[in-house]
Design a protein around this ligand. Structure first.
Ligand SMILES: [Zn+2]
Length: 257
């Protein structure tokens, strides 16, 4: 006779606000965490597929409409695009699971706002005159990946009972955590942050991730962390996006270390 095994109820623990991390999304690295962890970009794993896709497109352009060769090429292309998206999704699942497992509170930038900021010279749908098509496409790819990554982090945190907060991206890469100086010149080179006012220097991506975490903590403090940390209100992980206007105050203040 088979015995019914009663499953153990999962142990419910309160999210620990101190176990938090900020994430800075990038192109050199897929993401950098405030604890200095850098997640490798997976573009190099896609290079071979991208080359094959571009070759297939060229062949498709030369093929006769309605021919069996064209039909074969279309099928091959669809397969390549699927393979590419599978690799990306798989890699992002690995990253999002790792970060969610290790933290109770995750803070990232608001992607929708970032889209507007980053495409200021021309929107994704209507590129500015000086924007190269390629860089626009790269940006679209990045945004698409970041959007999927945040979606994964959001629902995994919800399942875990943790908190995912998104903050306004303004000045996160330009702010000095030591003296509060906000300047474009603080970021004179891509990898290094060097404050023009006090001389503080750090890895630019880690510095941005720390600023993002700080903005998230401030947002939670202003909103009442109890409210954000209550699993019943966990919808607020996305709602927090709507309330990130509060961050406008935080970005204009000297950040505290
Ligand atoms: Zn400084």
């Amino acid at each position: 006779m088979a015995l019914a095994v009663k499953p153990h109820a999962p142990e419910i623990t309160e999210p620990d606000p101190d176990n938090s991390v900020g994430i800075d999304m990038g192109s050199r690295f897929f993401a950098t965490l405030s604890d200095c962890t850098q997640l490798e970009s997976f573009n190099k794993h896609l290079d071979g597929i991208d080359r094959r896709i571009s070759l297939l497109h060229k062949k498709l352009d030369r093929s006769l409409p309605g021919s069996s060769n064209r039909a074969k090429l279309v099928k091959k292309l669809a397969l390549m695009y699927k393979r590419k998206s599978d690799i990306k999704r798989d890699r992002m699942h690995k990253y999002s699971t790792k970060i969610v497992r290790g933290h109770d509170v995750i803070v990232a930038e608001d992607l929708q706002i970032k889209n507007i900021t980053k495409s200021a010279k021309g929107t994704v749908h209507k590129p500015g005159k000086n924007n190269k098509v390629k860089s626009t496409l790269n940006r679209m790819n990045l945004n698409e990946s970041w959007g999927e990554f945040f979606r994964q982090v959001g629902y995994k945190m919800k399942l875990k009972g943790g908190v995912f907060v998104q903050v306004h991206p303004k000045n996160t890469s330009r702010t000095c955590p030591k003296c509060g100086c906000i300047s474009k010149k603080n970021r004179s080179s891509q990898p290094v942050f060097k404050c023009v006012s006090c001389g503080y220097s750090a890895n630019a991506d880690v510095n941005a991730a720390c600023n993002i975490l700080r903005a998230g903590r401030l947002l939670m403090a202003l909103q009442g962390s109890k409210n954000l940390l209550d699993p019943a209100n966990n919808q607020r992980s996305t709602d927090a996006r709507a309330s990130t206007k509060i961050r406008d105050q935080s970005s204009d203040q000297a950040p505290q270390k």
